[in-house]
Write a protein that binds this ligand. Structure first.
Ligand code: NDP
Length: 332
């Protein structure tokens, strides 16, 4: 049995792992089999994470966080959680490989999943011109005409990045004003390769085997027009990934996991949540990292208040937890 298992490997999960590892909790991080590192693995340059005045590429930042967590003794498993049993003193985490891990505390930091437009052809043509990741797929659209849907920071970031490859990038937004930050807006407005389509929704995606166009419906007068293009990047936000805890953890009206005040405590003792999965508003790498700190400290305080025999069971050598000597926090 473990003292703590961290589910998720974005900024919240890895920061929680750094703190938990330095507190000698020998955390096990379940990092996911395909999406380890979280959303920043799919982004380009991160300019607003403190400590990197020249910016840092998203994947580089995540690799550094992982290395920092491992340096202090965190163990990373590249698998998916398929089921959780969170009630009772001992939590059970079922993995995709059939294994079950047990722990006294769980930190749930699963982030959020990209929203879809909800069109039938969106799923059919996913990977064939429809994409949610400019950094992954942008290079396939060299000298092509493409579109980005959305009016937030993600859409502006994707659109600006895609101009490196595409001949022209259409931004399709359902309103007449963007939600993105002023800096992102200014950059996109100044880019001669970007053309904005205001008050328009993508109501259809054309193409037999590959995307060859979209249908735009005007949200004001209902008029319809077709636009020929080769790629459609969807950047309309994300929803918290809570499906594993439905029926166990309380959610808010926004669909995030409910936590107690500024803490990470959920409605179940020993279960803590951090990052985008509890945050309907800010959703920044830096705020997620801070939230991970809170979760690790809350888990540490919870463990300190548990009966000693229970904690001793989690410290058995058979669990593979590094000894205090090998796990001494560096710089503590
Ligand atoms: P947001 O929720 O901020 O924006 C989503 C956008 O998509 C909105 O413009 C919304 O329209 C539009 N939208 C939502 N649903 C639909 C739909 N069904 N059809 C058409 N359009 C739709 O999400 P983001 O992913 O852009 O950003 C999430 C958070 O991450 C924000 O806090 C943002 O600041 C942050 N972020 C920060 C970055 C950075 O600082 N470098 C980079 C990327 C994201 P409407 O405006 O009408 O609601």
């Amino acid at each position: 049995m473990r003292q703590t298992i961290i589910i998720g490997s974005g900024p919240a999960g890895y920061t929680a792992a750094i703190y938990a590892a330095r507190a000698n909790l020998a955390p096990l991080v379940i990092a996911s089999s395909v999406e380890f590192g979280g959303e920043l693995m799919k982004t380009t340059e991160v300019e607003n994470f403190p400590g990197f005045p020249d910016g840092i590429m998203g994947p580089d930042l995540m690799m550094k966080m992982q290395a920092q967590a491992e340096r202090f003794g965190a163990e990373i498993v590249y698998d998916d959680v398929v089921k959780l049993e969170l009630t009772g003193d001992v939590k059970r985490v079922h993995l995709g490989n059939g294994g079950v891990e047990e722990a006294l505390t769980v930190i749930y930091a699963t982030g959020s999943a990209y929203r879809k437009l909800g069109l039938d052809d969106e799923t059919r043509l996913s990977g064939y011109g429809v994409s949610w990741c400019a950094t992954c797929d942008g290079a396939f659209f060299r000298d092509k005409e493409i579109a980005v849907v959305g009016g937030g920071d993600s859409a502006m970031e994707e659109a600006t990045f895609l101009t490196r490859f595409a001949e022209k990038v259409h931004v399709v937004h359902r309103k007449d004003a963007l939600r993105a930050s002023a800096a992102m807006q200014e950059r996109a407005f100044a880019d001669p390769k970007i053309q904005f389509h205001w008050n328009k929704e993508v109501s259809g995606i054309h193409g037999d085997d590959l995307v060859d166009g979209v249908r735009l419906t005007d949200t004001v007068d209902g008029s319809v027009a077709d636009l020929d293009l080769s790629g459609l990047f969807i950047a309309i936000g994300a929803d918290p990934r809570t499906h594993l805890v439905h029926g166990q953890l309380e959610l808010t009206a926004e669909g995030t996991i409910r936590v107690d005040g500024r803490s990470s405590r959920t409605n179940l003792p020993g279960v803590f949540a951090a990052g985008d999965v509890i945050d309907p508003d800010y959703k920044q790498a830096a705020t997620a990292a801070g939230s991970g700190v809170v979760a690790a400290l809350d888990a540490e305080h919870y463990l300190a208040a548990l009966p000693t025999d229970l904690v001793a069971a989690a410290l058995q050598p058979s669990t593979g937890i590094p000894s205090t000597e090998t796990n001494t926090p560096v710089g503590a």
